[in-house]
Ligand binder design. Structure first.
Ligand SMILES: C[S@@+](CC[C@H](N)C(=O)[O-])C[C@H]1O[C@@H](n2cnc3c(N)ncnc32)[C@H](O)[C@@H]1O
Length: 245
């Protein structure tokens, strides 16, 4: 099962439910951007890569950016479009691997909410970070948030209860491999008194936060902040105003 088919055939249909209160989560993201001074300063274009249903896109648009929201899942983009009424957000159905489909000069690029670990390999992540750095205007910012999965959970720690209601339960199971974790999303739904199980899995990269910082530096960016919020590592990196090379 590829990551895209995992989203297309399974996760996208309950992603918004799994995430919980959209407005509260969106406001947390908006507050993060504001606290880091991530507001428009030059061309006011932001790319939100792996935008999902829009937690960062809506926040960036509310802060005054024109947002190009990119994702390979149409269900989540439609959800975002329904929330984006009156905001300057354009959605792009594309795979992040193909920068030519969404590349534009931007003063801010966000790849947040663990999207980075969805990429195929560390070398693909490093090469995309280099391409994204090229798209940034001088002084522009690249913002990442992702989980560092290098430390292995063992035994029952690998079962993560995500959300439960009377008729719906979502549990993640993590299977550790060298270099990646296979994530199983188990969904149980009660229909006409019967529990129906649907399970599907995908691969997440085990990217260490220090190795991602090195990738950012090798892409010519300077890491200016590192915060850990709800077990996600938030990195903000800046493109120098005068090229060091
Ligand atoms: C964990 S979600 C994060 C969504 C959003 N940024 C958030 O914080 O809620 C990862 C998103 O990236 C998208 N995605 C993963 N790999 C992708 C790729 N190679 N190309 C385009 N979208 C991708 C998925 O469809 C999903 O919407």
């Amino acid at each position: 099962m590829s990551t895209q088919s995992h989203y297309d055939n399974h996760l996208a249909s309950f992603y918004a439910w799994m995430t919980g209160n959209f407005d509260a989560k969106q406001q947390e993201q908006e507050e993060f951007f504001r606290s880091k001074g991530l507001v428009p300063h030059s061309n006011a274009v932001a790319l939100d890569l792996g935008c999902g249903h829009g937690l960062q896109s809506i926040s960036l648009a509310r802060l005054g950016f024109t947002v190009h929201a990119v994702d390979f899942n149409q269900h989540l983009l439609s959800d975002l479009n329904a929330r984006a009424k009156g905001l300057t957000i354009g959605t792009v159905l594309a795979n992040l691997a193909d920068v030519s489909q969404y590349g534009a000069e931007a003063e801010l690029i966000a790849c947040m909410g663990d999207t980075l670990t969805h990429l195929d390999s560390p070398s693909q992540a490093a090469s995309l970070l280099r391409e994204w750095a090229q798209l940034l205007l001088p002084g522009g910012k690249l913002v990442l948030s992702f989980r560092d999965l290098t430390e292995e959970l063992i035994g029952e720690q690998r079962f993560i209860p995500v959300r439960a209601e009377d008729d719906r339960i979502h549990i993640c199971f993590l299977e550790y491999h060298p270099g990646h974790v296979r994530v199983y999303d188990q969904l149980l739904e009660k229909r006409q008194g019967q529990w129906i199980q649907k399970v599907s899995s995908y691969k997440k990269l085990r990217l260490g936060v220090e190795s991602v910082k090195t990738m950012l530096e090798e892409a010519g960016l300077a890491v200016e902040s590192h915060d850990v919020i709800a077990r996600l590592h938030y990195l903000v990196a800046t493109k120098p105003t005068v090229s060091a090379k």
